[in-house]
Ligand binder design. Structure first.
Ligand SMILES: [Zn+2]
Length: 485
């Protein structure tokens, strides 16, 4: 009569032991990466001054292409030639569509497929009315208090300057890479990249070039971003969500506002938006998010490891906890739909015949823009509506976190500091690198800069700045990486 309880207790004990063994085995695996370093000494002051000069070029991007001041881009091009003479004599430089730059550093082994490093020349404008909130002029490039200040320092002239400075230093030693390396700097990434990155890809495709890898901006090294992981985390993007802007127009009864119907077309817009916000798209744990969670788990305490190592048992609980922990957690696990703009009539006393709103959507891997449109249509049921697609980009493919380039980037990060967690991750925002999918399968998104939460808020905001340590580490990182190419 004791057999059944004894069996049950034994079974529970066995399951517990399995859970614990799996948790204990989930250990950091950073030791698998070969550390990459460079012995060359970086002149931080000189590199900071170069960055400072680039900030003084007002290479501002506007959605309205006719608003661009292209003379500032030409000023930037000339500056590159002056600042990086070795690179300009050793590499082939093509100006693409007038203002984007494509450098080619020929490798010694023509059999190897080339690699390509991206960045962008353009910056976002200063928000009207915030000019006086800047501690230093946004386009002054002041070097003060251990930082270079100004729009574009972190996003992302820093990347252009540190990459080319690394090339300068390596070229001085007579170094030649084995693999051909391209540097592609678009001039309209902050709007949609259709005049810059898109044209560069078209040019490479026309020349029949296939790339071994692409690395673009994206993740960086963050400290204090998660309470459960103490050490700094290098987030290396292995995928990015898709992008969709839709305009939804809803018809109603027009006329004089003194005799309104029960719902004006603007009221129907409000109803549709409420339905969208209440009825979100489904939660799903995709492969890139799973890889991210698993690698983070390796650096967490025992209880978290117990859950993450035993996903087969705790998946549902985990998703619940993860999505209630904050908006970023949720954005990783579902397609998001954000209503951002709305328009009714032009006058206070006129009922709008048609009202409209715009939604900005970020599509999760495994769904398509058509799924999002179906979802919006559900929210508009019963209304006389029309949906226009303003811009769309499907979710990216998934790049491997075991590729040679991933391992090298991880190795160069650990060359800066051995105590950093290497985490492949899903970017919830978009980059221009997605445009390279037609000529490349290995697309990563990573910049080697250590950015805390406070400086993170300055990107696209006020008082953007970058520390001199980041400038120095950036050059060291790229020297170590390029010398292993
Ligand atoms: Zn950027």
């Amino acid at each position: 009569m004791y057999i059944i309880p004894i069996l049950a207790i034994t079974l529970i004990a066995v399951v517990l032991v399995i859970l614990i063994i799996r948790a204990v085995r989930l250990k950091p695996k950073e030791h698998i990466y070969k550390k990459l370093t460079s012995d060359l000494e970086v002149d931080v002051r000189k590199t900071a001054e170069k960055l400072s000069e680039t900030i003084r070029c007002k290479t501002i991007s506007y959605s309205d292409y006719s608003k661009f001041d292209f003379s500032e881009f030409i000023k930037f091009h000339d500056l590159m030639k002056k600042q990086f003479p070795n690179s300009h004599s050793e590499m082939e430089l093509k100006t693409v569509n007038g203002y984007s730059l494509l450098y080619k550093w020929n490798g010694t082994d023509a059999k190897l497929k080339p690699g390509l490093f991206m960045a962008h020349i353009d910056v976002v404008p200063i928000e009207h009315g915030t000019e006086d909130d800047w501690e230093y002029p946004p386009f002054g490039g002041d070097i003060e208090g251990g930082f270079v200040w100004g729009r574009g320092t972190i996003d992302i002239k820093l990347q252009i300057v540190t990459m080319l400075e690394a090339c300068e230093m390596l070229l001085k030693t007579g170094f030649k890479p084995k693999r051909t390396i391209y540097f592609a700097f678009g001039h309209d990434e902050e709007t949609d990249g259709s005049n810059g990155a898109r044209k560069i890809v078209e040019k490479l495709q026309k020349e029949g070039i296939e790339l071994e890898f692409v690395n673009d901006e994206g993740g960086c090294i963050n400290e204090g971003i998660l309470t459960s992981v103490e050490k700094p985390i290098a987030f290396i993007g292995i995928a990015e969500k898709g992008y969709l802007n839709l305009k939804v127009s809803i018809k109603g009864k027009g006329g004089h506002a003194s005799t309104p119907p029960e719902n004006s077309s603007l009221g129907l817009v409000a109803k549709a938006i409420c339905r969208i916000e209440r009825g979100k798209m489904g939660l799903r744990l995709t492969d890139p998010a799973l890889q991210m969670i698993e690698s983070l788990g390796r650096h967490m305490g025992f209880l978290s490891r117990l859950v993450i190592a035993n996903f087969w048992l705790f998946k549902t609980v985990f998703i619940k906890l993860f999505t209630t922990s904050g908006t970023t957690g949720e954005a990783l696990l579902r397609t998001t739909i954000a209503p951002t703009m709305a328009k009714g009539s032009m006058e206070p006393n006129v009922l709008p015949q048609v009202s409209s709103f715009i939604v900005n959507c970020r599509i999760l891997q495994g769904e398509t823009y058509k799924d999002v449109i179906n979802h919006i249509e559900m929210a508009c049921r019963g209304f006389d509506y029309k949906i226009d697609i303003l811009r769309h980009e499907e979710p990216s493919a998934l790049s491997s976190a075991n590729s040679e380039i991933f391992n090298k980037i991880a190795g160069a990060v650990l060359g800066l500091n051995n105590d950093i967690a290497i985490i492949p991750y899903l970017m919830v925002a978009g980059t221009d690198s997605i445009k390279y999918e037609c000529i490349c399968k290995n697309i990563l998104r990573f910049s080697p800069y250590s950015i805390n939460m406070e400086d993170m808020k300055r990107i696209h905001g006020t008082n953007e700045r970058v520390s001199l340590d980041n400038i120095s580490n950036g050059v060291k990182f790229y020297m170590a990486l390029f010398s292993d190419m």
